[in-house]
Design a protein around this ligand. Structure first.
Ligand code: PNS
Length: 169
């Protein structure tokens, strides 16, 4: 279909949280399709919970019934991926002022690398502003209940890896 407006929502998604999902669903109000672009490597990737392949499979499962969301893995530079996908819009969630510096640096670097790219920042629902993949990983690893923070397929896999306490069981 021609002239579809596509946004790329990039990240490491280790794992995808309800905060990420909130941004995906908000983006769908603005554009026709959202490409959730899962980076093979990230500036942030410390002590991962899931492999690259697992992150892709799991995120695909989350959006299996959402035809307007596509989950695509990528390696290398985000702007190269965007250019090859024919998308000129990147969406990133901004939870707090503490996110701003890193996000602003990345946005301007990406635009230096490819001037046609635009980056928009979206605020998540206020009840997700404290949520991050790294905190979910840490809480799950230590046996805390993360059932209120991740979609069901992610909870299932975290439970498989870290045990029933993760889902409040
Ligand atoms: O979820 P994250 O870890 O905050 O996402 C960061 C991500 C994946 C968007 C960023 O590390 C990225 O774009 N990586 C791809 C490599 C790249 O283009 N690096 C230059 C960024 S200015």
């Amino acid at each position: 279909m021609v002239d579809q407006r596509i946004a790329i929502y990039p990240g490491s998604f280790d794992p995808l949280t309800l905060g990420h999902d909130d941004i995906v669903r908000r983006s769908l109000r603005l554009v026709d399709r959202v490409t959730v672009a899962i980076a093979a490597s990230s500036t942030h990737a410390k002590d991962p919970a899931f492999s690259f392949e697992e992150r892709v499979e799991l995120t695909r499962e989350v959006y299996r019934d959402e035809p307007r969301v596509e989950v695509v893995p990528f390696q290398g530079l985000l702007v190269d991926f965007a250019r090859e996908s024919g998308a000129r819009l990147i969406v990133r969630g901004l939870r707090a002022v503490s996110d701003f510096e890193y996000e602003f640096q990345m946005a301007l670097m990406n635009r230096s690398l490819w001037p046609e790219i635009e980056v928009i920042f979206m605020a998540p629902a206020s009840n997700y502003t404290f949520l991050s993949s790294s905190l979910v990983r840490e809480v799950a690893k230590l046996g805390g209940d993360v059932s209120g923070f991740v979609p069901p397929p992610v909870l299932r896999e975290l439970t498989r890896v870290y045990g029933p306490a993760v889902s409040g069981g």
